[in-house]
Design a protein around this ligand. Sequence first.
Ligand code: G
Ligand code: G
Ligand code: MN
Length: 528
Amino acid sequence: MPLTRHRPARWSWRTLLPWVVGLLPLACGLAVMRWQTDRDLRASSQATVAEVAGHVEHILDSLAAAARHLQPRAGQPCEQVQLALRVEVTRNAFVRSTNLFDHDNLYCSSLFGDFDEPVDPRDYTDGRLWLMNGNSVTPGQSLLVYRSSQGGRGAITTVDGNHLRTALRLIGDDDELQVQVGNHWMGADGQVHDGTPPVAASAAVSLASSRYPFSIHGGYGPDKPGELMRSRYPALLGLLLLLGVVAGASCRWQLRRASSPRAELDRALDAEEFLPYFQPVVRKGDYHWAGVEVLMRWQHPREGLVRPDLFIPYAEHSGQIVAMTRALMLQTAQVLAPHAALLDDGFHVGINITADHCRDLRLLDDCETFLQHFPPGRVVLTLELTERKLIEPAPVTLELFEKLHAMGVMIALDDFGTGQSSLSYLRQFQVDYLKIDQSFVAMIGGDALSQHILDSIIELSAKLGLGIVAEGVETDVQRDYLARHGVDFLQGYLFARPMPVEDLLLALAARPGRPRLPPDAAPEIMRG
Ligand code: G
Ligand code: G
Ligand code: MN
């Protein structure tokens, strides 16, 4: 049974706002922390890169000083200069080897003495530096080569790549550092690669030496800012989280507290909290159920079931009653239509309508939608208009009622006797039924004057050819009196109280001659 209709999740601003308010301090705090962290990381990265560059310049100063000393000896025979080459190696901690070249040919080396190898200045960045992945002496062992030349002759000094590697590792222990010379670069792993080094994910910084043709690149991995924030601001993060929760919760609380009745009704309409209850109307004589009146109930999440007299007046005042009635009609059709087989042909369904609903022709669509849910002729839709708040006979209203009648919709004048509708009014709107207000029914058995009023109403309706329904029948005396006076339909606690749709369907199914009696069904009181 589609009685429990599932609710689509709706995201209105009222549900979103507490989240936004709760997340805002968190987002702002995180943004500020992130900005501060990035700034600090960048500063630390810049400092590290500058320190490494200074260290590499210091190493290169050693190489340059050794080369400068040897430069004047270039061109002299190897056996004469070999000792001087070795002295430079011994004197300088960073110098691994020294060499001399003449006419672009390396002819003397501190390691081997006489040597013979071409020197191509194009290998050297700026003619001075070459970062290579090993040479013929130590293949696979990176080294940095410094070349000092004057007119095709000069000195070449080298430093082991390990010295650079140590600088990269020790100075920036958790940085990603690289030294780049021309088209070659070396990372903390000590390997020399071609091309340009990868750019660090965060706080990437590059610094080119002003004195030698190399540059240092530094930065941190992608996880570094997060790690730093967690380790640096644990208390602040916790506080922000708490602040967010408190802000969100208090916003939610405020929204709930400060919500106007109008907003509360809108919310309830969205949440489908208005339910149809059904009170049977019985026929005189056999007291079979001729139909039902649909009465709105508010299934409030905290207050429980709310009676309509507590909220309908406000809804009528604010105009929200029209949307609420429309939703109620749709819901009524949706819960009854699957069980249309339980209804007799011509079963009356009475809906209470307010004057506001009759100001344009949209009520026609609402009624048409309602009737389309049922097999033709199965239900007769009856609109109950209260006599207390009469509808003005504007042209559009008259057109509306004409078309409603053409569609087979009946009109009942509710609470009859409490207002002052004229005969012309009854005729103008082609009213089909009068519903005698329960206050008159309660007069039965009372003084003679009150009873006279009731009798007059019944008489009047008979003269006008209108059907008549008595409301609020509570006793056998009232029932018998009304039956004797020819009242066609009766409604009241004596027959049945307003009930939820589950009970209505059980009671309808339990009627004699009906199939499908549910095993544990406890049918509502039945007089049929
Ligand atoms: O159901 P209850 O029994 O308590 O109804 C109280 C008042 O609320 C009655 O005057 C009845 O006409 C009105 N009422 C109940 N349901 C609706 C409805 O759907 N629309 C309007 N306009 N009035 C309703
Ligand atoms: O739409 P109307 O104003 O006629 O609404 C009918 C109202 O009368 C509803 O509030 C309904 O619960 C109530 N009602 C229905 N039957 C009885 C009854 O027998 N006695 C009393 N006191 N109220 C009734
Ligand atoms: Mn009514």
